[in-house]
Write a protein that binds this ligand. Structure first.
Ligand SMILES: [Zn+2]
Length: 339
């Protein structure tokens, strides 16, 4: 799981706040209980005085064992009073929201589960996908939308093709850690190609959810928005902070999803930027998932030979075909309401 992301700093600050709040809460508890049970205040004062005296006693040697025993007797008395007043024995101990990592986020330099969860929550929030993934994920994936009849153009029926795609994507998700770890056999990027409404965006959302749940930083962006914001950065010489942080996120996220490539206005700038972006992400072993209505031949023609060959060499390419799912759904809904 990659942790060197922009959110790490934010999360570490969150842990600081948690520890601060817990210290405040403990302080309040101590103050209140001293008022409620004055003997506890006396015990605390006694322990404090004893510790100070021992620290200041330069001339005479301190009987450490005796001191420890006296302190323990006072602590035992305090616990007993707490118990009798109806408080749990750890009521005045340091408070931890996560006892596993003591609110540091790490156990032996490895991220604690609470840290992983915070990371995933952040990745969701910043992915631009958010609540969409509650509906669009592999659990709601349904092969029934794909016909079992040949379309006369492809060797496999739309359903058989989708079934293959589905299994291949599961393998991709399984192997993604290995890609990020540097396994050169594993491909990290995907191109979903096919006409409108066949489920390309849905599939890329399914993959996005799985990768987010694995803790990766995913960023979804439509091709139109991508090029619009990037030209903002270029034209305005990086003056707009919002565009600037977008630019950074596009470059740095683990998985960049570019939806509907080909619907944006294509010119020399977009074609050259796209090549730089895709190539740079490949070199840095970042993953990119593209969906497009364009065929591979169109990609070559509209963008460049270089983009075409990068994609052919380094991407998993899935051609999705079948009926427009919105149309299939409407038909199914109509026939169910006719019955
Ligand atoms: Zn923890």
């Amino acid at each position: 799981m990659p942790f060197e992301t922009a959110y790490k700093k934010e999360i570490l600050q969150e842990y600081e706040q948690i520890r601060f709040r817990n210290r405040q809460l403990l302080n309040e508890r101590i103050q209140n209980i001293r008022k409620e049970v004055p003997r506890i205040a006396e015990i605390d004062a006694q322990i404090r005085d004893m510790t100070i005296d021992a620290a200041l006693a330069h001339d005479e040697p301190v009987d450490e064992a005796f001191l420890a025993q006296q302190t323990q007797t006072l602590i035992d008395e305090k616990y007993e009073i707490l118990k009798q007043a109806g408080y749990p024995s750890d009521y005045l101990s340091t408070i931890y929201t996560c006892t596993k990592c003591s609110d540091t986020g790490y156990i032996n330099h490895e991220p604690c589960d609470c840290m992983k969860q915070k990371m995933v929550q952040r990745q969701y929030k910043h992915s631009n996908l958010g609540s969409k993934l509650e509906e669009e994920n592999f659990k709601s994936f349904c092969l029934d939308y794909y016909s079992n009849l040949s379309d006369g153009k492809h060797e496999l029926t739309p359903r058989a093709n989708m079934e293959n795609t589905y299994h291949s994507l599961l393998k991709y998700i399984e192997g993604i850690d290995s890609y990020f770890e540097g396994n050169t056999q594993q491909k990290g990027s995907i191109l979903f190609q096919g006409s409108t409404g066949v489920g390309k965006t849905f599939l890329s959302n399914c993959v996005a959810k799985e990768l987010l749940d694995k803790g990766y930083a995913v960023l979804y962006v439509s091709a139109g928005t991508l090029f619009e914001k990037i030209s903002d950065v270029v034209m305005n010489k990086n003056q707009i902070a919002d565009s600037q942080s977008f630019y950074q996120a596009v470059n740095e996220c683990d998985i960049l999803i570019i939806d509907d490539l080909g619907t944006e206005y294509i010119n020399n700038f977009t074609a050259s930027y796209l090549y730089t972006l895709l190539n740079d992400r490949l070199l840095r072993r970042k993953a990119t998932i593209i969906s497009t209505n364009l065929s591979l031949a169109d990609l070559r023609q509209h963008y460049s030979e270089r983009i075409f060959s990068r994609i052919c060499d380094s991407y998993l390419i899935y051609t999705i075909y079948g009926d427009d799912i919105r149309f299939v759904k409407r038909k199914a809904w109509q026939s169910s309401s006719d019955n």
